[in-house]
Design a protein. Structure first.
Length: 140
């Protein structure tokens, strides 16, 4: 069976870059999520970054806890996307993005536009980082 791809000898850096890229995206998304809250402050940023929810009082809507699931999903995407890009299987990335996006069309029309824009920005950042990683770490 032929190999579809080869990760260069610095494969530990591939793994570390995936973690770092996912942390970077988490940082950016936490910042924008904090800015959407009425009171943007550093303690609120770190609660969001760590995945904890936030509720100031009963009259304001809470910021839901995600427990870091977006970070881990982004990490797995950063492990897979560069390999798929270099092995000319980018259609799988498009199918995955369509699958992730399709449920939002009729699922929650009451969502704020900022939530959806953050979602799109996170996907765009993951794809950009994936191209960078594919260029430096994966041989076709």
């Amino acid at each position: 069976m032929d190999q579809l791809f080869v990760i260069k000898p610095s494969s530990i850096w591939y793994f570390v870059s995936s973690l770092g890229g996912s942390l970077f995206v988490r940082f950016v998304m936490s910042y924008f999520r904090m800015r959407e809250a009425e009171k943007g402050s550093r303690p609120l940023f770190w609660k969001i970054f760590k995945g904890n929810g936030y509720k100031e009082d009963l009259l304001k809507p809470p910021i839901a806890a995600d427990h870091g699931l977006g970070f881990w999903l982004g990490f797995l995407e950063l492990l897979a996307y560069p390999i798929l890009l270099k092995s000319n299987h980018a259609a799988y990335i498009g199918a995955w993005l369509a699958f992730k996006t399709a449920h939002r069309w009729g699922y929650a029309p009451g969502y704020k536009r900022g939530t959806y824009n953050r979602y799109l920005l996170a996907n765009a950042l993951i794809i950009c980082i994936s191209y960078f990683m594919a260029y430096f770490f994966v041989d076709p």
